[in-house]
Design a protein around this ligand. Structure first.
Ligand code: DQA
Length: 144
């Protein structure tokens, strides 16, 4: 199974970004551990991060065309982007929304997600382990 792990704005600064909240793992380390776990689970995993919304939309269009599963942390666009929601709605394979923090326990503007209604599953508040949980669940679930 092909899985795209896609990370939105400011997540490239993981490790340096508010470490007390988001942890000390860098994006490069997160990408490495997702790829390693993917190999273990028999998943073809690629990991990307962007601060440009149009780039994330293009990657989602590609995943829709390829029938690839997606693990998505849309970061701040979670709470703002109808375009992102519409791109997610085109996916045919499972979409797992991941947030490092428990967005329900933070500022009120983080509670609403444009992505959750079109996601297959959501994982919040588990830190970087949320990505591992998402990959393990996709492997358990099987399918395309
Ligand atoms: C986040 C939560 C969002 O509200 C925030 O804008 C982020 C990170 C998380 O992983 O906890 O950038 O998606």
């Amino acid at each position: 199974m092909r899985v795209h792990v896609l990370n939105g704005p400011n997540l490239g600064r993981l490790g340096r970004r508010e470490p007390a909240r988001y942890g000390s793992t860098t994006h490069a380390e997160l990408a490495g551990s997702c790829r390693a776990l993917g190999e273990e689970l028999g998943l073809a995993v690629d990991v990307r991060q962007t601060d440009a919304e149009h780039e994330l939309l293009r990657w989602l269009h590609g995943a829709a065309d390829d029938g690839a599963a997606v693990v998505l942390n849309p970061a701040a666009w979670t709470h703002t982007s109808v375009a992102l929601r519409d791109a997610c709605a085109m996916l045919t394979a499972p979409l797992v929304e991941v947030h490092l923090t428990n967005v329900h326990a933070r500022e009120p503007f983080r509670v609403h997600s444009f992505v959750s209604p079109v996601a297959t599953a959501s994982i919040v508040g588990c830190g970087v382990e949320g990505y591992a949980l998402a990959l393990r669940w996709l492997a358990m679930r099987g399918g395309s």
